[in-house]
Design a protein around this ligand. Sequence first.
Ligand code: ZN
Length: 423
Amino acid sequence: MSERLLVRGARQLLTLRGPQGPRRGPALKDLGIVVDGAVLIHEGKVQAVGPASRVENLADARKAREIDAAGMVVMPGFVDSHTHLVFAASRLADYEMRIEGRSYAEIAAAGGGILSSVQAVRASSSYKLEERARTAMAGMARHGTTTVEVKSGYGLNTKTEMKMLRVAGAMDGKPLDVVPTLLGAHVVPPEFAGRPDDYIENLCVDCIPRVARRKLARFADVYCDENAFSVEQSRRYLLAARRAGLGLKLHASQFANLGGVQLGVELGAVSVDHLENVGPAEVLALAGSETIATLLPGSVFHLASRRYAPARRLIYGGAAVALATDFNPGTSPTYSMQMILSLACTEMGMTPAESIAAATINAAHALRTSATVGSLEAGKQADMILLKLADYRELPYYFGVNHVAATIKQGKVIYQEKEADSI
Ligand SMILES: [Zn+2]
């Protein structure tokens, strides 16, 4: 790791440098672009970043191994701050039935829906879960993600939730940084059907303390929505999680606007995610808070609901917006942050610059990792991607295409496109 690397020749180097806090309003558009830039890397961290004329003339740069980024866009690796990466099987039958016009109830009656994912994960070995997740993680690295949050939530009993979190933890650093989140309160499991309060109680007295004691998760997340948990149930769960030392996250206002956003802001949640159905009161609450508004357009696209979160109103209103894939087998089977940026721009009216800041520095804030990742600044981790683009706006513009030529994680090249790949 003591080897020095010099990434040189970047036509546009997007540093995302800037003030400490999350980016809001007009600041979300400021990518800190250096034209003809270079990055010097030492021991996995950024040693120097800036114009090539300065960085390449440093004494240390002359001894460094060079990585040629000639003519490319170089930017921080994506921080995917909301995924359900650990699962046992795809949900192809659900997808097909939905296309054929069947209802959610019909799909569930046919053995599909989220409970089919729960059954599959409970029946699966840790080895099998990890094998599948590793394949997806390699895909994420290929598509430019360098840090990923991973939720449990397909176990819905303490034993299986812990199994999922152990799988997530085992993947940390291989090669992406993994931030594990307990999503015990995803839906009510069959064993507690009709008794959601009893399930929440079980999570508060058993699952949360055990997960926290073993340090298996950094955050706890709850699905505060219709067909999941009420605001009061969510509050009990989140308070127990906070007492146990976990940071807080919520799935909120995806289908109904119950008040989960206000609850998250009140309890100091690090993020509230989805927000397809928020109104002016929620925008106002978020604008006055440190809570990140994480938008997940992949699930809106895949479910064809056409009801995207009001990104423009959130940005104009002063909320700090982030973007994530929500990678999961039921509603958002993509791990491509590039595709998410295309959706954010085309369907939600975010500009290319805003979408990039939302997927890097603001997403890092949504995981409390902004001190180490999310921008290219001296002292931070050397997590970056080289894109086969001459202008960063091409990133969302050419949609559904992988633009990544190389992914660098803590100064190591973890993915490099081979000649044959690019044909
Ligand atoms: Zn989710």
